[in-house]
Write a protein that binds this ligand. Structure first.
Ligand SMILES: Nc1ncnc2c1ncn2[C@@H]1O[C@H](COP(=O)(O)OP(=O)(O)OP(=O)(O)O)[C@@H](O)[C@H]1O
Length: 298
């Protein structure tokens, strides 16, 4: 288990991390979410020992990672760290040697896993951005590390590769690894993660196991024409309501047992093209939290 306790980091006096505390359990995938400049990369770099912290502690299974970090942690840096002039196969082989594992079996497996077998002899510089991302993930996975720290691993990845990469992370977690990854793709975080940590201005705003989150119900109604203010006023009696684009109204149901009554009412009014009842996406909750914190800081 990764334990981050009270970590603080300043750059030239400016706080980048402010008393950050969280854990990532073995066999779990945790999403690290926050706006640009929130402190995600700084925290991840501190975990793998690239950035020194001013105070606090970072332990893995009760011990500082220290010099062993390259053997225990698979790290995918935001700025990426591939040797452009090397061939794909040779580069993986080099990282295998660094991780004390046998390239003769590991390289072929990793290439197959990230679907780059046909690029084995290509030079890294000739790969597309998405393929470089896959290769970077393969590098992070070499040696089967027990902790994966991945900085925006899914940016620039096509949907098919994305599914494959998600599958790999699920597999690694299922086999006991602790996985921490940052992302701006909130829907993906919601889909993939067991827990989400939200950071803003270097402070943790929320650290939540997704299974425990109480999901509100929301209703989305698309009308044929822009609904009148009178109609909207009636809808507002069911919960907070907003007109999202000219003809679409979203209602956060204050009481989920009212959904049937709302449907009856809307149908009796007529002029409705679509009525959708569902759980409020967590992305909305994240956005609200980050938006509120940013407004409070002003
Ligand atoms: N080497 C550095 N020197 C000075 N300031 C830095 C340095 N690295 C990061 N910072 C500052 O620390 C803060 C946190 O930056 P960080 O890169 O960790 O954010 P982030 O959440 O990863 O952002 P993004 O989503 O844009 O990648 C920012 O204000 C940034 O300018």
């Amino acid at each position: 288990m990764l334990e981050v306790r009270g970590v603080t980091k300043r750059f030239h006096g400016a706080l980048a991390l402010d008393d950050v505390t969280f854990t990532v359990k073995a066999s779990s995938i945790v999403g690290f979410v926050g706006p640009n400049g929130a402190g995600k990369t700084t925290m991840m770099r501190a975990i793998v020992g690239i950035t020194a912290t001013d105070s606090g502690s970072i332990l893995f299974c009760g011990n500082p990672l220290g010099n062993q970090s390259s053997l225990v942690v698979g790290y995918m840096p935001e700025e990426r760290g591939l040797y452009q002039g090397m061939r794909v196969r040779d580069m993986l082989s080099y990282f295998c040697q660094l991780a004390n594992c046998d390239p003769s079996t590991e390289v072929a497996q990793m290439l197959d896993r990230v679907d780059l077998t046909d690029k084995a002899t290509a030079k890294v510089e000739s790969l597309s951005l998405g393929n470089q991302q896959r290769l970077q993930l393969a590098v992070a996975l070499v040696g089967n590390p027990r902790l994966l720290v991945l900085d925006e691993p899914f940016s620039g990845i096509d949907p098919v590769a994305l599914e494959r990469m998600q599958g790999i992370l699920r597999e690694r977690a299922a086999s006991g690894a602790a996985v921490l990854f940052s992302s701006h793709q909130l829907e993906l975080v919601e889909e993939l993660c067991d827990a989400v940590i939200i950071i803003n201005h270097g402070r943790i705003l929320a650290d939540t196991a997704l299974a425990t989150v109480q999901r509100d119900l929301s209703v989305r109604i698309r009308y044929d024409d822009k609904p009148s203010q009178e109609r909207i006023s009636i809808l507002e009696t069911f919960g907070p309501t907003r007109l999202t684009d000219g003809r679409v109204v979203e209602i956060m149901l204050s009481d989920s047992t009212n959904a049937g009554r709302l449907l009856d009412l809307v149908l009796s009014q007529g002029g409705v093209r679509d009525f959708h009842l569902g759980e409020r996406p967590l992305t909305e909750t994240f956005r609200t939290l980050i938006g509120k914190d940013t407004a409070d800081a002003r």
